[in-house]
Design a protein around this ligand. Structure first.
Ligand code: PRP
Length: 179
């Protein structure tokens, strides 16, 4: 285990199990539809790549980057679009793919944006959710696991851009982030 990790919250095996279950639901729900799979950079790339490989539906992928955190670990509430998708979302079944929903500010804004662009449907798939931190009542249709309010990294999630490459999701030692 990485020396900065206090404990493993979700092992590689557990993540694979959660991802299998999410893919099964998505494959069932979108069986006869075309999906626009919108990957939110950067944290969700690892999860999105694993989820994508399990999809059997007709799918196009695109990328978006939003920012509400800057270098802080607390959401500022004001979400900026740093990179937009290349596809026209009008009439598409958009599935926004995230690694984690925390305050919910990012997804609240993104969901609204795709609704304003007249997407046929807009749903959210997130591997992790921290319900205790929620500041908005954004609905996430597909949630891998609800987790406690701990500083988690790995499997795409970072602290100061580090640890995204860990294959598991671990709790960071407080001395690393000064907690
Ligand atoms: C994380 C995560 C979500 C957002 C969730 O991204 O991937 O996009 O924060 O937080 P919220 O629910 O409080 O809005 P981050 O801004 O850390 O960027 P990154 O994915 O590039 O690390």
């Amino acid at each position: 285990m990485n020396k900065d990790i206090k404990s493993i919250l979700l092992s590689e095996e557990k993540i694979a199990e959660l991802t299998d279950a999410l893919a099964k639901q998505i494959n069932r729900d979108y069986a006869d539809k075309e999906l626009l799979f919108v990957i939110i950079l950067k944290g969700s790339v690892v999860f999105a790549a694993d989820l994508l490989r399990r999809l059997t539906v007709n799918v196009k992928i695109d990328f978006m980057q939003a920012s509400s955190y800057g270098t802080s670990s607390v959401s500022s509430g004001s979400v900026k679009i740093k990179k937009d998708i290349e596809n026209d979302a009008a009439g598409k079944n958009v599935l926004i793919v995230e690694d984690i929903v925390d305050s919910g500010n990012t997804l609240f804004k993104l969901k609204k944006l795709f609704e304003e662009r007249n997407a046929a449907s807009v749903k959210i798939c997130t591997l992790l959710s921290k319900p205790e931190r929620r500041e908005t009542d954004v609905v996430c249709e597909y949630v891998g696991a609800e987790i406690p309010d701990e500083f988690v990294v790995g499997y795409g999630l970072d602290y100061n851009e580090q640890y995204r490459n860990l294959p598991y999701i671990g709790v960071l030692k407080p001395e690393v982030y000064g907690g």
